[in-house]
Design a protein around this ligand. Structure first.
Ligand code: HEM
Ligand SMILES: N[C@@H](CC(=O)c1ccccc1NC=O)C(=O)O
Length: 277
């Protein structure tokens, strides 16, 4: 008989009296005590954890997107590419997570849906912040946060800043001049599709070797929007599977609202240029 493995013999620390442990560093008491199902339904814990983990990944996405936007304003765009790639991977992670939630049937969900009251993902301020950073801006979406002035202000502040795409267009302008109307748009509104911007991106895609950094930036953005679209599609499909065409707890039409959001184009010219190449 071999002796059972003794971690202490190898030097593993066993006493954490007064020293920072794994759980201390990660504040696991707070994180793992933040799941409080309000019904007796078996699946409510899945529902809570699915949303809490999504919010954690969204927190990282906001962090990366904010830093990427700043990096794109500097002389060297390359550090931003790494951050944008990471955000795409975060969305891939969120997309994979739907497979777990899909194990919840309509029969399971109806056992606790009424406990949710009028709460809904529609009121996720981090999701709205991501949409605003990316450029899908609509001041009306701040209204559900009026009862939390700190969050309403955070979102309002985002509408005063250029979006990630605005910053990308300014970088494009440094090589291929764009109209003033594009560069001086009302930041609180979504960017409107513009023929001169399509022409400028077309130039980049026709001569990638001359505009390599812009070409790479464009593809990073397309990648990000691609993954984001998949998130929207997975969401609406899961919703239809679980609640059919019922109205949402947030008060929208439910699937009809989410289908409308599938039409959003974050970086329209990057998609439109492809037809003309
Ligand atoms: C069974 C699972 C789910 C159902 C039935 C569901 C249902 C809905 C519905 C009906 C809406 C429209 C707003 C309303 O409530 O009226 C909505 C919006 C939303 N949900 Fe979910 N959802 C589910 C899971 C999730 C998950 C896992 C997340 C991840 C955080 C999420 C995040 C969101 C967000 C961010 C919105 C706002 C979308 C937008 O404004 O474009 N949902 N959901
Ligand atoms: N809107 C969902 C409820 C819902 O999914 C939800 C409720 C509370 C917290 C997050 C949620 N997730 C996404 O909307 C519904 O209508 O059933």
């Amino acid at each position: 008989m071999t002796k059972p493995y003794d971690p202490e013999g190898e030097g593993a620390r066993m006493s954490f009296d007064g020293a920072m442990s794994y759980g201390d560093y990660l504040q696991l008491d707070k994180v793992l005590n933040a799941q409080a199902p309000i019904s007796k339904a078996h699946d409510e814990l899945l529902f809570i954890i699915q949303h809490q983990t999504s919010e954690l990944w969204m927190r990282l996405a906001v962090h990366e997107l904010t830093a990427a936007r700043e990096a794109l304003q500097g002389a060297d765009m390359r550090p931003a590419f790494k951050m944008l790639s990471r955000v795409s991977r975060i969305f891939e992670q969120l997309n994979g997570a739907w497979d777990v939630l899909r194990t919840m049937t309509p029969s399971d969900y109806t056992t606790f849906r009424s406990s949710l009251g009028q709460s809904s993902g529609f009121q996720s301020y981090q999701y709205r912040q991501i949409e605003f950073i990316l450029g899908n801006r609509n001041r009306a979406m701040i209204r559900p946060h009026a009862h939390r002035p700190d969050l309403a202000e955070l979102l309002e502040a985002e509408l005063d800043r250029p979006s990630l795409y605005d910053v990308a267009l300014r970088a494009l302008h440094a090589s291929i001049p764009l109209p003033e109307t594009v560069l001086r748009r009302d930041l609180a509104l979504p960017h409107a599709d513009d023929a001169a911007v399509v022409a400028a991106w077309t130039e980049v895609y026709r001569h990638p070797e001359q505009h390599w950094a812009l070409y790479e930036l464009a593809e990073k953005l397309v990648d990000l929007e691609d993954y984001f679209r998949r998130w929207r599609f997975n969401h609406v499909t899961t919703v239809e599977r679980v609640i059919g065409f019922k109205r949402g707890t947030g008060g929208t039409g439910g699937v009809s609202y989410l289908k409308r959001m599938l039409e959003v184009e974050l970086f329209p010219e990057l998609w439109h240029l492809r037809t003309g190449l």
